[in-house]
Ligand binder design. Structure first.
Ligand SMILES: *[C@@H]1O[C@H](CO)[C@@H](O)[C@H](O)[C@H]1NC(C)=O
Ligand SMILES: *[C@@H]1O[C@H](CO)[C@@H](O)[C@H](O)[C@H]1NC(C)=O
Length: 291
């Protein structure tokens, strides 16, 4: 009897363990607090993290592991009410002067007015590629799904499974792409009232503190970075590296339609259209097919 049951159990565990991208959602197991521990709280359960900002400090957490390619998923509930001047961040980043970084940042606003979903990407230390959106839902009334998906051909930012932005790999044409550095996942909440709300005009109202953002169901289904060997290993087209399958090299027709809807109706800033800022010379990727 015992043996008959044992065999299928071992088979299931065997296949889970051999899948390099299998990770159960458990924020406490895969992240730790790296800033303002007195302003953070875990729970309820082991898959929920609260980050708090008050006049004494903000707070933040980071993943224990580094990743290169895959999908990194987090459910986030933003600060309700008057959140002007606060920024809640969720991003991937490597270290050093020539670092890569893929960002989601949420810029608060005064009560009842829309947040800004701010996205950016740095490659080998070069950023200035912001695109911003208003949410089409209330991001403070519950947890919403913010997912960064990236592979050797493109980075895609998803909000509740709708793609909002794509950054394609044009490294062969000398345009930076994040494909050679392992990145950790970071979350934080901080006082950004010198720039966040209307360019710094609206200050944080500390009488509304503490400001609290909730994070749960962190799920990195991504290639674990083990140093330089990962540059080829994580990009290899194998079944285990599901992110390299052709299905993920370009958005499907229906996903493209969803993204067009978001961008037509909710996009409020695009660096590729900001000729004034770049003195008429927007960055080179702006003149390539973007999706
Ligand atoms: C979050 O969105 C990603 C990308 O669309 C999707 O793969 C994932 O299943 C979603 N997760 C949840 C918990 O809805
Ligand atoms: C705050 O909301 C107002 C009204 O919708 C809008 O004009 C302003 O741009 C918003 N500011 C930010 C930082 O979202």
């Amino acid at each position: 009897m015992g043996r008959l049951f044992l065999v299928p159990i071992l088979l299931v565990f065997g296949s889970i363990l051999s899948d390099p991208s299998y990770v159960e959602a458990n924020i406490v197991k895969s992240m730790y607090i790296n800033w303002g521990s007195q302003n953070s709280a875990i729970g309820p359960g082991s898959d929920n993290l609260q980050l708090i900002l008050d006049q004494s400090s903000g707070s933040g957490a980071q993943s224990k592991r580094q990743f290169l390619f895959g999908s990194v998923e987090m459910l986030i509930k933003l600060v309700p009410g008057n959140s002007a001047g606060t920024v809640t961040a969720y991003y991937l980043s490597s270290k050093g002067d020539r670092h890569d970084e893929i960002d989601f940042e949420f810029l608060g606003n005064v009560s009842g007015q829309p947040y800004i979903i701010h996205t950016n990407i740095y490659t080998q230390g070069v950023g200035s590629r912001e695109q911003q959106f208003h949410p089409w839902f209330d991001p403070t009334n519950g947890y919403h799904n913010y997912t960064i998906h990236w592979n050797p051909t493109e980075v895609v930012w998803y909000v509740d499974s709708l793609p909002i932005r794509v950054f394609r790999n044009y490294a062969s044409e000398g345009i930076g792409y994040p494909n050679e550095q392992g990145m950790r996942v970071y979350t934080s909440i901080w006082d950004a009232d010198n720039w966040a709300t209307r360019g710094g005009l609206v200050k944080i109202d500390w009488t509304c503190a503490p400001f609290r953002a909730g994070f749960q169901s962190f799920r990195p289904r991504a290639c674990k970075w083990n140093g330089q060997v990962s540059i080829t290993q994580c990009a290899a087209q194998t079944a285990a590296n599901w992110w390299t399958s052709p299905a993920y090299s370009q958005l499907s027709y229906s996903k493209l339609g969803q993204m067009t809807w978001v961008r037509d109706n909710y996009m409020i800033y695009d660096y590729c259209k900001d000729y004034k800022r770049f003195n008429g010379q927007v960055p080179p990727e702006c003149s390539k097919p973007q999706f």
